[in-house]
Design a protein around this ligand. Structure first.
Ligand SMILES: [Zn+2]
Length: 358
């Protein structure tokens, strides 16, 4: 941990070594009593203290990069709640809350990432939304986030290279000077829903000119270490980001539970850094306890942590042998459809994932 220093432009900060991001905004909001079917993005306006509380908890745990509560704040997702005219208001309010939290940090510089998720509808030729319509929606959100004053955009949980292409183009058009992290999500066989392998995704995102390329959510730290390692190998000159969920969710006594513990995340923070991952964080199911364990591990002297060697890439059913897989796969799939982050996978199978960062 370094004492607070004058803020560096985000990309320059990355050249100095790994940066620890935050965990799951959605999980924290849900744990605080917000219903899963509520509009989380609207809370930026109606209940700012609740959102501020989550940002503070992650900064206190050691995050140096926090994401705005805007994963679903695009006109398509907001339309499901009747809020499609509030894109500017929700995004600008979200940046203000994140910025306020970041600036209150006493020990270290905290950067603000504008979180942008998929629009939640398939693009042509697989679906009804034309690429230009997706571009317009992303442009609208990016412009509002940039107006609010984000340090970086993070495009996350995308499952379709065509859709993330539109999002990246829109980000560049809306704010040419704001760097972009472009992160996709993989199914349990280490492919995107549309069948792209990590190598193809890394090459495509780098060719589009993303400043950081990466992987988030998916099936937990072990899978993401494997994918990040491939990305690092095929695109050695582009910084890599990895933000795993806490394994596949299970329900116990009616509660959504994630199997991966904070200590496990602590060990993997080191594994990610050793692979060469620059932006390390958490996705669905990761709490301030996970981030605190990662902070502690990253700050510890080198000899204190175990060495984890990521497994080779698994294919097909072999992937189901991972220890992070739940015993009841169908139940996990059901949960994913219900609450959604990996849910491109669900929608491709006809499910109705909402794609929220839970
Ligand atoms: Zn997630």
């Amino acid at each position: 941990m370094s004492p607070k220093s004058p803020p560096l432009a985000f990309i320059k900060r990355l050249s100095q070594g790994s940066i620890l991001a935050d965990g799951a905004m959605g999980t924290m909001l849900h744990q605080s009593g917000v219903a899963l079917d509520a509009c989380f993005d609207e809370l930026n306006v109606s209940d700012p203290d609740r959102v501020l509380g989550v940002h503070r908890a992650f900064i206190d745990a050691g995050s140096e990069l926090i994401e705005t509560n805007t994963f679903s704040a695009n006109r398509y997702k907001l339309a499901a709640h009747g809020w499609q005219t509030e894109v500017d208001a929700f995004n600008e309010a979200a940046v203000k809350l994140a910025r306020q939290s970041a600036e209150a940090s006493k020990d270290r510089t905290v950067y603000v990432a504008g979180a942008i998720g998929p629009i939640g509808a398939r693009l042509a030729p697989y679906g009804r939304v034309q690429p230009e319509q997706a571009f317009d929606a992303f442009f609208e959100q990016c412009a509002a986030l940039a107006k609010g004053g984000v340090d970086v955009f993070i495009l996350e949980t995308f499952t379709d290279l065509n859709e993330i292409t539109e999002a990246l183009k829109a980000a560049r058009a809306a704010a040419p000077n704001v760097p972009v992290i472009a992160s996709m999500t993989f199914t349990r066989d280490d492919r995107t829903v549309l069948g792209d392998a990590p190598r193809e995704v890394a090459n495509a995102l780098a060719a589009m000119g993303a400043d950081v390329i990466g992987v988030n959510c998916s099936g937990g730290p072990s899978q993401l270490a494997r994918i990040a390692q491939v990305m690092r190998t095929v695109e050695p000159d582009v910084p890599i980001s990895a933000m795993p969920n806490a394994g596949f969710p299970e329900t116990m006594a009616g509660r959504v539970m994630y199997p991966a513990t904070p200590d496990y995340f602590g060990d993997y923070a080191i594994a990610f850094r050793d692979i060469g991952v620059t932006v390390i964080g958490g996705c669905c199911g990761t709490t301030p306890d996970h981030i605190r364990a990662m902070r502690k591990a990253l700050d510890a002297p080198a000899h204190e942590h175990p060495m984890i060697v990521p497994l080779p890439v698994l294919n097909g059913h072999d992937a189901a042998l991972s220890s992070e897989q739940p015993t009841e796969l169908s139940r996990a799939a059901q949960l994913h459809r219900a609450e959604g982050h990996r849910l491109g996978a669900a929608s491709a199978r006809g499910g109705r994932g909402r794609g929220r960062r839970v």
